[in-house]
Every structure is written in structure tokens, then in C-alpha cells.
Design a protein around this ligand. Structure first.
Ligand code: PLP
Length: 406
């Protein structure tokens, strides 16, 4: 089941900023960034310093959910830097080390709070590889690996999927006693589907989903595991839509350093769990707390990173449009928000473009159900020169693949 080591069959030994280095001296520009876990780059020096200091002073490394100074510092930073300025009073659940843990916790809590079992998700969604998260994931390859029927979820068309407006359609189904759809506990949505093909939901569509949830007392879960922590520009990807979800899932770049950390943010009135109702050994990786706190205080006390991400995103979007225009006969397209950008190259071709890019020193991932999208996720700290270099390699790789494909 290895995946990335098949795509990039070299042995990496060092990493700094936007680059990975191999044991035999190779150097790769990294537009993959740990699948979005390295928004601030590899071994970010500011975060590395607090981590080294903390370990050097024998700071607690592992603490389940016991109180520690590192945990307190992170909760204070989250409240001060992220939640309060956005008018959010959500409680913070430490659900376990990864994104799937954050989603599992949200699904469990939504079901417990409402007493309902169904969850609505969207076509081409990806929420993790555990049974609960697979049940709300679209991708059939991932779903098949479950090995048993996945239940308790209903798929609806994502924005732009087939022209059908899911919020209106859902409203109709919920109003019709003959529709066969029971009122769900929750709707779970990604604002931009990272694994599903860089599909971008419009702010209007997201608002319509949020309105529908409110009207029918259905909980809204935004899975910001990949698109949060500034990937689309603002800290939360849903900010541009002006919505506030009931539950928010964060992981990947929340530790800032590639250390395992996940959070589920929960409206206070939804916190109905009894002590110990949700558990897990690795809910207190304090080294990750320390780097997370520093990342929030370094990058999110002003809007500099948000602005630069939006500006870089536009530059990448323009460059991708340039590749589309340069290959006018080939039916390419480009889409994205902030520094998650996709180049749609056609079914089966994204892997080939990624392989050509690798041969030229660039790591880029693919996404979409038909291997049709080259997905760009550079670190948000990427320099202009690095962006230009990577985009140049991508243009050349695309040209070579399209020429070969005829
Ligand atoms: N949710 C989203 C939107 C994701 O992109 C991912 C991983 O790619 C997950 C959940 C699962 O996170 P993890 O792989 O850390 O379990």
C-alpha cells in the first residue's frame, strides 16, 4: 500500500524550507509539502528553535490529556490568536494525532448530540482512511479497502458536480416525507476538495449549505484538515464565505512542523461527552503543542501571511492559465484558491506529468478520481524565485507529456 515512495523512489535525508535532499546529493523543490502538513516549510527555523529549547529543557513530551504548560500555552494562543478575533467560542477537543481522528471525533459527537445517525457528505470528498471517515469519503478505491459495507452516510453533489444545487435538492428531500432521506445528524464538507481534484466550492454555495443546516437543525462540520492553517489564504478556509461551522476539523499544518497533531473545534453547547467518552493515547504530543503555539504567534497575529498567500496564489493561477493557453488544443484547465492550485491535464495524465516533474527536480502530487489533476501545494513560505522555478518545470513537464500523448 506504499504510495508516495513509489511516486518518488529516492531516499530523502534532509529538508529545509521548500527543498528535500536525498542521501546521494539530489535536491528537490517540494510543491507537495507533506500533503499540506508543512505550510511553513521544512524545519522552519523559528519553530525549530522553540522545539530544540523545549526538548533541551526536558519539557514533557507525552502526556495523554494531562494538564501541561505546553498544552495551556497552545489553548491560550488558539483562543487569543485564532478564535476570539473571529468571534468564535468553540471548545478544543484533542481527538488523536491525525486528521482522521479529528473527523471521527466530529462525526461521533454530532451523532451523540443529535441522536441521529445519518451524515451527508459530498461527491469526491476525502475525510480519512478509518471506517468512520471512509463512510463519508467518495473515492471508491479508498472505500473498497474498508472490507465491509460503509454505512450511515448519504452522498450529495459537490458544488459544480452535475449542475444540481445540493442545498436546494437536500431541502426538497428533507421536506418530502416520501424522499427516503432521514434528517441527518450532520453535513460534512471541504471548502476545497484537496484529494478529490482541487474542486473549489463557491462562497455562495457554502453559505447555502450553512443556511440549510441552520434551518433544519443539522450540524455543519467543515473538514479543514488540508485547507485550514492558511492554505487558501485566511487561517480557516471558510472565512471568505462568512460562515461559522458547528464543528471544525484541523490537523496537518496545525503543529506547523510536521509533527502529529489534530484538533476538533466544537461549539460549547455541543460538548455533551462524559469524561473519557472519547479517548486515545496520543492526544498530548507536547512537542507538537510547542511548535503549534509558536506557529500561531509567528504567522497569525497579523495578516501578512494571508496576504502573501493570496498574492502567490494569484501568481500560480496566472501561470497555470498560461500553461492552459500554451496548450490550446489539449483541453486543459486550471482551478484553485490561495496556494492550493490544480492543473487539469486529462484522465490518466497527471501521474505522467508528476513523473516528468520529478525527473526535473520537482515534487508535485496528483488528485481527482481519474488521475486528471496535478495538485500544487507549495509551502506558504515559498519564495517567488522557487515558485517561478517550479512553475517552469511544470510547464515543461506538461508540454512533454501532452506531446507524447499526441
Ligand atoms: N480530511 C482531509 C480533508 C484530508 O485531506 C485528509 C488527508 O489528506 C484527512 C482528513 C485525513 O487526515 P490524516 O491522513 O491525517 O488521517
Amino acid at each position: 500500500m506504499r504510495s508516495y515512495s513509489r511516486r518518488w523512489p529516492v531516499v530523502f535525508s534532509r529538508a529545509t524550507g521548500s527543498h528535500l535532499h536525498t542521501e546521494d546529493g539530489g535536491r528537490y523543490l517540494d510543491f507537495f509539502a507533506g500533503a499540506g502538513a508543512l505550510n511553513y516549510g521544512h524545519n522552519n527555523p523559528t519553530l525549530k528553535k522553540v522545539l530544540l529549547d523545549y526538548v533541551g529543557n526536558d519539557g514533557v513530551t507525552h502526556a495523554l490529556d494531562m494538564f501541561t504548560t505546553a498544552r495551556r500555552d497552545l489553548l491560550e494562543a488558539l483562543a487569543e490568536v485564532v478564535l476570539r478575533p473571529r468571534g468564535m467560542d468553540h471548545k478544543v477537543v484533542f481527538p488523536g494525532p491525525g486528521g482522521a481522528n479529528a473527523v471521527e471525533a466530529a462525526l461521533k459527537l454530532a451523532r451523540t448530540v443529535t441522536g441521529r445517525s445519518g451524515v451527508v457528505h459530498f461527491t469526491n470528498s476525502f475525510h480519512g482512511a478509518t471506517l468512520g471517515t471512509l463512510s463519508v469519503t467518495g473515492n471508491s478505491q479508498h472505500r473498497r479497502a474498508a472490507g465491509l459495507p460503509l454505512t450511515g452516510a448519504t452522498p450529495m453533489p459537490f458544488d459544480g458536480y452535475d449542475g444540481r444545487h445540493a442545498p436546494d435538492y437536500l431541502a426538497r428531500l428533507l421536506a418530502d416525507p416520501g424522499s427516503g432521506l432521514d434528517r441527518p445528524a450532520a453535513v460534512i464538507v471541504e471548502t476545497v476538495q484537496g484529494e478529490g481534484g482541487v474542486n473549489v466550492a463557491s462562497p455562495e454555495w457554502l453559505r447555502a449549505v450553512a443556511d440549510l443546516c441552520k434551518r433544519h437543525e443539522i450540524l455543519l462540520i467543515v473538514d479543514d484538515v488540508q485547507m485550514g492553517c492558511g492554505r487558501t489564504g485566511p487561517f480557516f478556509s471558510f472565512e471568505d464565505a462568512g460562515i461559522v461551522p458547528d464543528l471544525v476539523c484541523l490537523s496537518k499544518s496545525i503543529s506547523g512542523y510536521g509533527l502529529p497533531l489534530a484538533l476538533t473545534l466544537v461549539r460549547p453547547e455541543l460538548d455533551v461527552w462524559r469524561p473519557g467518552a472519547h479517548s486515545g493515547t496520543f492526544r498530548g504530543v507536547n512537542t507538537a503543542f510547542v511548535t503549534a503555539t509558536e506557529a500561531l504567534r509567528t504567522y497569525w497575529t497579523d495578516d501578512a501571511l494571508e496576504k502573501s498567500t493570496r498574492a502567490k496564489g494569484e501568481r500560480v493561477g496566472d501561470a497555470l492559465q498560461g500553461i492552459v493557453d500554451a496548450n490550446a488544443g489539449a483541453d486543459l484547465s486550471a482551478r484553485g484558491r490561495g496556494l492550493v492550485q490544480g492543473l487539469v491535464v486529462g484522465a490518466g495524465l497527471a501521474d505522467e506529468v508528476s513523473a516528468e516533474a520529478f525527473a526535473r527536480g520537482l515534487l508535485v502530487e496528483t488528485s481527482g478520481p481519474h488521475d486528471e489533476v496535478v495538485k500544487l501545494l507549495p509551502p506558504l513560505t515559498v519564495s517567488d524565485a522557487e515558485l517561478a522555478e517550479g512553475l517552469e518545470i511544470l510547464a515543461e513537464s506538461t508540454r512533454v507529456v501532452l506531446e507524447r500523448a499526441g
